[in-house]
Design a protein around this ligand. Structure first.
Ligand SMILES: Cc1ncc(COP(=O)(O)O)c(C=O)c1O
Length: 438
């Protein structure tokens, strides 16, 4: 079959498509399945840990009620799974209510539905810089402005958030919600400090915004103390109004079931329900029943603990290798959980331009640029540690460090060349370049 010429229908496509772009992470997938490549680019949990036998058992339980598993279900989800979701949220310290739970096809659909319900063209979303690329993609269909707020080691900086909101207000831009990934953020691996969670709520009250708390990784903590969710903090203050909490089974069970949820107040859920009817009618009964079977019959907390232990080992391997191999000019975050480290190269390096060279050397990462809507992050990269064994991570970082060093040296020699041209020095008389340190 001939390749489809996408441009041929340019005159027919909706305007909203113009703001949409394919996630670099998705585009990379084909390259990454190449044998021999150490992919630090994926965002995959390690589903190999679950095992065929455990899967067989939950499937057998579901098969006992095949008629329901194969049937359509309610748009908001089966009642039985809502009880599981309430338990999962309570395990993270958030009091949840079945009537406030709405089942979605992954948290990804939650993001799309939030966009659908709140955003008109030209409205704005305040989010971290960098932020989750899948959220940028989901929101892009509704053509909002994205206002990135810088982060430091404690997450989104409240002063900067307030400033951005004041500026938007002055310009007549309607910011509809703050989007945050508070724990071990994708892509930066950073966690929003407890005090900042409170401040963010205060800011949302002050500017009358909704807070979208996207928390896929909170339970994958392997260091430090768990922090209260923003939803829990709102409850503490006697309110359950403006936080829309997005949860998912992707990281504590398996992404293949494509099941997540929204926990929010009934008014918002009503709108989301209408949005979902137009999207997919309902999420899969089969998936909901698989999860229900596992979460009510097996020790899911032990499974999450096992996953966290494994990811900790891999995180440690990555941090150790970064310290051992990377040049001093490269910096990275220290995630206390989750799946990602964010590395920042010297400002003159372009991680997107460097990727083909890295892939040629059999290592891959996600360039930072895709995690911003404004072209920032060019000298940054996201590194995943959850899916690759420690020895491979070490080798991958070693290869990556070689590529970074070569780029830095190339830049050094170009600068020296320019200097010599300016001063008229003959390159042959130049002292030999110093051997790379460490
Ligand atoms: C921050 C964040 N939100 C949402 C999602 C989507 O998750 P799901 O598999 O539940 O759709 C991801 C997936 O990686 C994510 O990292």
């Amino acid at each position: 079959m001939p390749l489809v010429d996408l441009d041929r229908f340019d005159f027919l496509y909706a305007n909203r498509v113009k703001g949409m772009r394919s996630a670099a992470t998705r585009d990379l997938m084909a390259t990454l399945s190449r044998p021999g490549i150490v992919s630090l680019a994926g965002g995959f949990p390690d589903t190999r840990v679950f095992g065929a036998e455990a899967f067989r058992e939950v499937s057998r339980n579901v098969a006992a009620d095949s008629a329901q598993a194969l049937q359509y279900g309610p748009t908001a989800g089966l009642e039985s799974i809502k009880d599981v979701i309430v338990d999962v949220m309570e395990a993270e310290g958030t009091r949840a209510y079945g009537e406030n739970v709405f089942v979605t096809t992954g948290a990804q659909q939650g993001l799309d539905l939030v966009g659908k319900v709140f955003l008109d063209e030209g409205d704005a979303v305040l989010c971290e810089g960098p932020t989750y690329v899948g959220a940028l993609n989901a929101f892009a269909a509704y053509r909002p402005r994205i206002l990135h707020v810088p982060m430091d080691r404690a997450g989104m900086i409240p002063v900067a958030a307030r400033e951005a909101l004041k500026k938007a207000r002055k310009q007549g831009i309607h910011v509809k919600f703050v989007y945050t990934v508070p724990n071990f953020q994708n892509p930066a691996g950073v966690t929003l400090a407890a005090q900042r969670r409170r401040e963010l709520l205060e800011i949302a009250r002050e500017f009358d915004l909704v807070v979208v708390e996207d928390n896929p990784y909170g339970m994958l903590r392997f260091e430090g103390e768990p922090l209260p969710t923003i939803a829990a903090l709102e409850q503490e203050g006697g309110e359950t109004d403006r936080v829309i909490y997005l949860g998912t089974f992707s990281k504590i069970f398996a992404p293949g079931v494509r099941l997540g949820w929204v926990h929010a107040q009934p008014g918002i859920l009503h709108k989301i329900n209408i949005g979902k009817q137009g999207a997919d009618l309902c999420s899969s009964n089969l998936s909901q029943m698989l999860i229900h079977s596992y979460f009510t019959n097996a020790d899911w907390r032990a499974y999450v603990k096992r996953l966290s232990g494994l990811y900790k080992e891999r995180r440690d391997a990555m941090l150790d290798a970064l310290s051992e191999f990377m040049p001093d000019e490269v910096h990275w975050t220290h995630p206390e959980g989750g799946l990602f480290v964010w590395a920042t190269l010297p400002s003159y390096l372009d991680a997107t331009a460097m990727l083909p060279q890295a892939v040629k050397r059999n290592v891959a990462y996600v360039p930072g640029e895709g995690f911003y809507a404004n072209g920032a992050g060019k000298n940054c990269m996201r590194l995943n540690f959850s899916f690759v064994e420690p020895e491979k991570i070490r080798r991958g970082i070693e290869l990556l460090a070689e590529v970074v060093r070569e780029r830095m040296e190339l830049r050094g020699s170009l600068e020296r060349g320019a200097e010599e041209t300016r001063s008229g020095t003959c390159p042959a008389t130049r002292p030999a370049a110093r051997a790379p340190g460490r």
